[in-house]
Design a protein around this ligand. Structure first.
Ligand code: PLP
Length: 645
């Protein structure tokens, strides 16, 4: 396996060794409660005070409140609650205040969600309004100027977590100051710490939340700055810790760790300077351009953090890119970590007006200011490897499954991969298929939808300059020595003898509405759903018990030397990093080619253990084989991600 190169620092960062040491030392020697008056408590209190003093110097916040929180979401919550309580009091006193809660359209979800939550809970009924950003990702100052007189509270981040776009805070402050009674102002500074200069005292920012885990401190520790005189309402009440501003016994190990990071920032030397980071990023950007011709950066590099690159490779989905990067041991993400599980297009890129195809292929690469030349050298080398893996030649497969949003289509190739037939191709994949066939100099003989088809054949046919639909010859379409013929609503494919396809030679059936209408040995290829293939006359075996965790997979492989370990990741992932498990190299059959391979495993059964990146595709492969009647197939739950730890 490849060693891991972590390039997802905007999601979270590793922990600075000095921070780990400081946290451990705090647990050993400063485990006391800083509110206790005995020596153990006083030692903890001294650490707390010293860390706050360092934070004040690093943030340029000699005045105002600086308190420890559990992270930025809590800081945002506290700021929103404070501002909204103040607005409610103003209203109760009959004082004028705006009616808009204004937030940047690209803010982290913690901001609009907190605004909506507290607005509802406090019964304020204020209007939430997203402040638009331009194509460059920066807040539109003209829109702000128009809305500012109505704004009661304004939230604009210092730098965006997905794109790295740095906000024009001076410009925003100037516009806010144009109004007679300026709104309260929160600036989410999470991505700015350690990457942009901060002098909070010199700004008119009212609230600034920070999060430790974005800059080499552990999760669960953060800071909130509140300008002197800005309204404040505690979110948590109880024992009166943090001078009554935030109750709850302090997270001393987290505070000690954050203190070590702040100390490193203050003393300098540990972290790269802005200029050095820019030079490192330029090298990464160069490697990306070389690896993926046609690549576009989704935000202007001169206006983004020196540690973030958000890019798209037209025609290649984020998922494909992430899979290849992951296979090469490079950890990047498609957008914010909080949205990663939702597989939705990026609202940040949408707000910037980035075209849908670029947004669907966006990848974020981010690193921390500890990065050095050796790390960037290794990252550039891996990026180039990923490019070669993704764009390199693909060996042709006889039967290739095409999948898009749950719909399956099929490509049938001749042995040499020079001729092909497309059946039910998903429309969304048409440009990709067309480009791929052209690159392989492969002739598309026919392109049609079966009675289950969703009309994707038209899109592909148009791109390939041909007429869609079953050509309708009585004898069918010859593909090398094979033949595809129509029988009712089904299309049968197999080896032809004297130009005729006999039932016992049928290998695949497409578009059939039932699975008992044709040859027994054939695999029925479905257009939607799972399994992608089934067999008539075979009793599907239940798929309970197909999961093997990493330990039981190792034991199983050891006890069954005849078992075949099969990597079902796609070709570029396999090329970027071949799979090994417990010293065994995996045989490679991409999931998209499983249907073509399955018959062989059914004819000569042997135990099969499927593996993929995270366990989803391998589970599908094992379920498919069980439903085809193969009793001895399993998969590695959690995939290579867990098995290789
Ligand atoms: N704001 C921004 C810009 C972020 O990137 C994040 C984390 O992704 C947050 C807020 C939330 O921070 P935390 O995880 O500390 O609650």
């Amino acid at each position: 396996m490849n060693s891991e190169l972590y390039l997802d620092a905007n999601a979270t960062s590793p922990v600075l060794p000095a921070a780990i040491e400081a946290a451990t030392a705090a647990m050993h020697t400063c485990f006391g409660n800083p509110s206790s008056s005995h020596a153990a408590g006083l030692r903890a209190k001294a650490l707390l005070d010293a860390t706050r003093a360092t934070a004040r110097r690093v943030l340029g916040a000699a005045s105002g409140r600086v308190m420890f929180t559990s992270g930025a979401t809590e800081g945002i919550q506290t700021a929103v609650l404070s501002a909204l309580c103040a607005l409610r009091e103003r209203r109760a006193r009959g004082e004028a205040s705006g009616d808009l809660l204004l937030y940047g359209a690209t803010e982290h979800k913690a901001v609009p969600e907190s605004l909506a939550h507290w607005n509802r809970l406090l019964g304020l009924g204020l209007e939430l309004r997203a402040l638009p950003v331009g194509r460059d990702g920066r807040h539109r100052l003209d829109a702000l100027r128009e809305l500012a007189p109505r704004a009661a509270f304004v939230c604009t981040m210092a730098a965006n977590n997905e794109t790295g776009v740095v906000s024009d805070l001076d410009g925003i402050a100037a516009v806010l100051n144009e109004t007679a009674s300026p709104a309260l102002w929160m600036v989410d500074c999470v991505q700015a710490l350690g990457k942009l200069p901060l002098q909070l005292d010199r700004t008119r920012i009212d609230y600034a939340p920070f999060s430790g885990h974005k800059l080499y401190a552990p999760k669960g520790i953060g800071l909130l700055y509140v300008r002197e005189g800005a309204p404040y309402t505690p979110l948590m009440c109880g024992g009166g810790q943090e001078a009554g501003q935030r109750s709850g016994t302090e997270n001393m190990s987290g505070i000690a760790a954050l203190g070590a990071v702040l100390h490193a920032l203050e003393t300098g030397g540990a972290f790269r300077s802005h200029g050095q980071l820019l030079a490192l990023r330029d090298r990464l950007a160069g490697a990306l351009r070389e690896a993926f011709p046609g690549l576009v950066f989704n935000a202007p590099l001169e206006q983004t953090l020196p540690t973030t690159l958000n890019f798209s490779v037209p025609g290649v989905s984020s998922k494909e890119l992430l899979d290849v990067f992951d296979a090469a041991g490079v950890r990047v993400s498609a957008g914010s970590a909080c949205s990663a599980a939702k597989a939705a297009p990026s609202y940040v890129l949408d707000a910037m007006g980035v075209a849908g195809d670029c947004s669907a292929s966006a990848v974020r690469l981010s690193f921390g200011p500890l990065a050095d030349d050796a790390f960037i050298d290794a990252a550039c080398e891996r990026i180039l490897r990923c490019g070669r893996a993704l764009l390199g030649a693909r060996p042709p497969a006889r039967l290739q499954q095409l999948e898009s949003f749950g719909a399956s289509g099929w490509l049938l190739f001749d042995d040499a991969g020079t001729e092909c037939i497309a059946i039910d191709p998903p429309a969304a994949l048409a440009p990709r298929i067309a480009a791929d066939l052209r690159a392989r100099c492969c002739r598309l003989l026919a392109c049609f939808d079966t009675s289950h088809g969703a009309g994707g054949a038209d899109a592909l046919a148009e791109l390939m300059d041909m007429t869609p639909g079953w050509p309708g010859q009585g004898a069918g379409i010859a593909l090398g020595d094979d033949l595809l013929v129509q029988r009712g609503d089904a299309f049968l494919f197999g080896r032809a003898q004297d130009g005729v396809l006999e039932s016992d030679q049928v290998r695949f059936v497409f578009g059939a509405s039932s699975v008992d209408s044709a040859a027994n040995a054939a695999l029925y290829c479905h257009r939607i759903g799972e399994p992608a293939v089934s067999r008539s006359g075979v009793e599907a075996l239940p798929d309970d018990g197909i999961d093997l965790d990493a330990v039981s997979a190792a034991a199983y492989l050891e006890a069954h030397p005849d078992a075949l370990l099969v990597d079902v990741r796609e070709i570029p992932e396999h090329t970027a990093g071949a799979a090994r498990l417990h010293g065994r190299a995996a045989h490679h059959v991409p999931l998209s080619q499983l249907a073509g391979q399955a018959a062989q495993w059914l004819d000569q059964p042997r135990p099969l253990v499927f593996v993929c990146r995270s366990g989803n595709r391998s589970a599908r492969a094992a379920r498919t084989l069980r439903r085809l009647g193969h009793a001895q197939c399993w998969h590695v739950a959690g995939g290579l991600a867990l098995a290789s730890v």
